[in-house]
Design a protein around this ligand. Sequence first.
Ligand code: NAD
Length: 428
Amino acid sequence: MSTITYNPFEIAQEQFDSVASVLELDDGLRKLLRQPMKEIHFTIPVKMDDGTTQVFKAFRIKHNDARGPGKGGIRFHPHETADTVRALSMWMTWKCAVVDIPLGGAKGGVICDPHNLSLSEQERLCRGYIRQLANQLGPNMDVPAPDIMTNGQHMLWMLDEYEVITGGRYPGMITGKPVGMGGSLGRTEATGFGVIYVLKDYLQQNNISIEATSASLQGFGNVAEYVARMYTQLGGKVLAVSCWNQAESKSFTFKKEEGCDIEELASIKDSYGSIDKEKALELGYELLPGDDWIKQDVDILIPAALENQITPAVFPLISSQVKIICEAANGPTTPDSDILIRQRGITLLPDFLCNAGGVTCSYFEQVQCNMNYFWDKDEVLEKLERNMTNAFRAVYKLAQEKQLYMRDAAYIIAINRVANATKLRGWA
Ligand code: NAD
């Protein structure tokens, strides 16, 4: 693995700077868009089950809300940093813009490891997060959602705390809620399915049959599981998936030559997306080191776990068979690897386009909550596929017309939309 450490916020700024030059944005606008408009850093004291108090560091960062209320998940992660949250908030702005939904970009995080917290400690942490932020959040201000190691239960505790504080019912203040409690059908599947709607359209436009392709995935959490489900449902073969093993503090790759049975793997994973090693061995899976997912002889690599996984150090390990990198995670590829991907002629389907299905469905959830009228799952997924396909086609068309790398084409479309909204509001 590489010894270089990548700062995600510097990467996000570098990406922005290069597009700002192409778009010839003026100085004031660049200064405004290359950093978050608002940052809140705070601490959350939590009474632990044993009577002691632990203090957790937390963030909520809003990058830009010119196109609509802030939108972005809350991550619980022991290695969370302000710069990661800053970068992710900026990527949320571009993500909402590239799929053309009327929302801005925000993100939140708490430095903690929920593996080491009981459910009641997690509830107190969620409620503490909202107590510190209630006056900054709301359906028309900033709308959080689940992300790494947070789920619908966490969102509902947060909503409940918000409603206790404000004295009303505001189901549209947070998304990713359980179905029946203001959640949208299809939200669980949305991010993963959205990735495959984009991949499917790319393959169709290039006359490649999905049934003839194979893929290797990093991660088997919410996103990766539904990526794998939809991809195999359409006939693709998942050769390998890797995930983190908490007990051993390392990752493993699970491989089956004839293709992984996703239903089977999903039945032996825990709620954090870790596959049970012993059960997988019993089911005939080959167990490889965690980083081996990237070395597989497949057509498509789908990083769906963490940022900065495809680096120049690991790039030479990528098989010559790989023709597509479909980024399901946020920021899985470092900019210096983008150069190598282009040189090798691998097609890159960029993260903030591919994984925008989650935020698109969150937007649908907000719309349904505000109307107090809920759509059936088919309607949600139909609308989702249409949005994702339209967004992909606009990016692909620009990339084809101007001979652009697809990440650059997606940035040009997204940044242009945000820059126009910011100018129209008279902010710069
Ligand atoms: P998750 O917590 O449900 O799953 C994360 C997965 O990554 C788990 O399977 C875990 O075992 C695995 N993992 C962790 N460290 C690993 C390592 N070193 N090697 C291999 N696997 C490892 O998270 P998620 O919701 O599936 O999110 C995954 C990625 O997608 C993140 O980058 C997240 O920001 C992004 N994303 C998520 C959503 C969403 O709706 N959940 C939306 C957009 C983007």
